[in-house]
Every structure is written in structure tokens, then in C-alpha cells.
Ligand binder design. Sequence first.
Ligand code: ZN
Ligand code: ZN
Length: 341
Amino acid sequence: MFCVKCGKEDVDTINGLCMECFLNGRKLVTMPHHVDLIKCSNCGEYALRDQWLKVSQDDAILEIAMNTAMIIPEARLVSVGQMIERQDEKNFVVHVQFDLDVNGVMTGDEDSTIVRLKNGVCKRCSRQLGSYYEAIIQLRSGERNLDEDLREEVVRYVRRSVDDMARNNRDLFITKIQKAIGGVDFYLSSTAMGRSITRELVDRYGAEEKESASLVGQTSDGQEMYRVTFLVRLPGYHVGDIVQYNGKPHLLSAVSRNGGRVIDLNSFRDIPVKKTELQDMRVICKRDEIPETTVVSVSDKEIQVLHPRNYNTIDLRIPEGQEIGDTVKVLELEEELFFVP
Ligand SMILES: [Zn+2]
Ligand SMILES: [Zn+2]
């Protein structure tokens, strides 16, 4: 082949030109004068690749600048060198050196663009700031009041669950948490998340659930829009309570959706119980009302403790392999003292 411009013969040509004539004065890469980088003023994430990403400011600036670079189709990008020159808080000049391969010949080009930082609000933040919610979990105690410790425990649990789910889906969040009479209300950004947390609470506390939906309007495309309420009613018993079962005191050691387990305070036997049996049990002593007392001495199958009321020394049987600290929990029932494992 020969070059149509300089006439050189026996050379590889691109568009009829030898490599020298092709590259001579040709711009291989062009970048626009400027490009806008949108940063969410609420969460600090950047709009990149049609989504919102948590990256460093430098990474965001370099990525959006690189995305503007137009490389001629005859060239293949081999590597780049970049430099950010800060003009002020909002404007950054990005200088880029491009190493390019054109038909096996290594060459290069350079250009720059100004990245202008602009404030915006991402979809999640605008929903969150606008108090958007799709579902409410109404958690209610089985008694008149919800115990303050239990309320805090449930709130901590729900927060942690939402955090876990939000890690893979940024549209999931808690809009607000509101105290209510005998319970607490969770306003949530997603119905599916409300349903899954409700299921977790039912399993964890052996609670009852009821789901209801109310029409709240129409979406922009004319679909009916519902808001779903999950009523979660806690039972009157909780893990750690002492309950009456078969006429004897038992420690409630586990609950789930379908039942639970109790430990006989006489034999320390661990017994599975059905939900209906649980519902019939009377709570003798709530978990945070079980008295603690001082351990005087420990032997293989017994310990000596001070009676929590009259300070007499009492021998108590303990289950095999039980670790004993300086204090233990004991239950006094009809003048008899029981070790609570
Ligand atoms: Zn030529
Ligand atoms: Zn945001």
C-alpha cells in the first residue's frame, strides 16, 4: 500500500494514510470544556454510572472526567496518567495523559476538562427527608405497658436488621420510630422490608401478627397505592421469665413462632412446649424481677447461697456443668428457694 498524502510506498495505511501522516497533528482524544458532578448534599454520595455511589471525592472527579474522554476509534487506550488541579472548592481541572496504541504503534495524547461540583439530593435522601414510608410496624405489648428495657431491645433489633438490609439496597431505611401507648411504631420505606422484619419479630418473641392495608392514593401511572400496617403483638411472657408449668416453676428458655422451651427448676430438665401450652402458662416472676444473691461456697452438685431476705445460708442444687460466679439468681416460691440457671 502507499500513502495518499506523502506517497510513501510499501507501508501499512489507515484511511489511505501512512502512520506518520495519520498521526500528524491529529487529536486522538478530546474532552469537553467542563462536566458537572452531582453530589447529594445530604448523604455525600455521587451520581455516577446512573446510580449513587459512596466513593471519595477524588475518585468521583477522576471517574466522571474519564467518562467524558472521546478517543478516536482507531486508537486503543493502554494506560492513563491523571492529575487533579483544584481551582476552588467547586471547580477541579483534571489533566489526563493518554497512552494509546494505533495499529501497533505506541503514541499518546493529552487533554483536560473542568469538573464542576454541584449539589443535589439523591432519591433515597429526598424520600427520607420527605418522610416517605410504605409500611408501619405497630409493635404492642401483651400487657398494658411495654417494658422500657424491652422497648429498647426491640428498637435496637429493628435498627440492626434494617442496617443489614440497607447494605445491599439503599432504598431501605427507617423513616421514623415513634413511641406509642403500650408499644412503639416503626415507619419503614418498604413493604417487603416491613413484612420480613415482622416475620423476624414473630419468630424472636413468639408474637402474633396481623397485616392490613389501606388505600392511600394513586401512583403517577394510575395504580392504586396501599400502605401496609403490620400489627405485632408480643405475648405476656418473654425468654428469661419464670412460668408455672404442670404446677411447678420453670424457666422459659426459648420462644419461637410455634412454641418454646422451658427448664424445670427442680430437675433442670429442658422440655419443649407448644405455643398453646405457652399461652396457658402463668408468669410467676418476670426476668428482671428475679432476685440475685451472694454465693458463699461452690461444690460439685450444690452451692451455698445467702437467702435474699433473711440472709440464712441455704444449700441449693445446681445443674451439671453450670458455671457459678459471685452471685446467682434465685427464686423464692412458697418458702422454697430455687436456683435459676
Ligand atoms: Zn504519509
Ligand atoms: Zn443522599
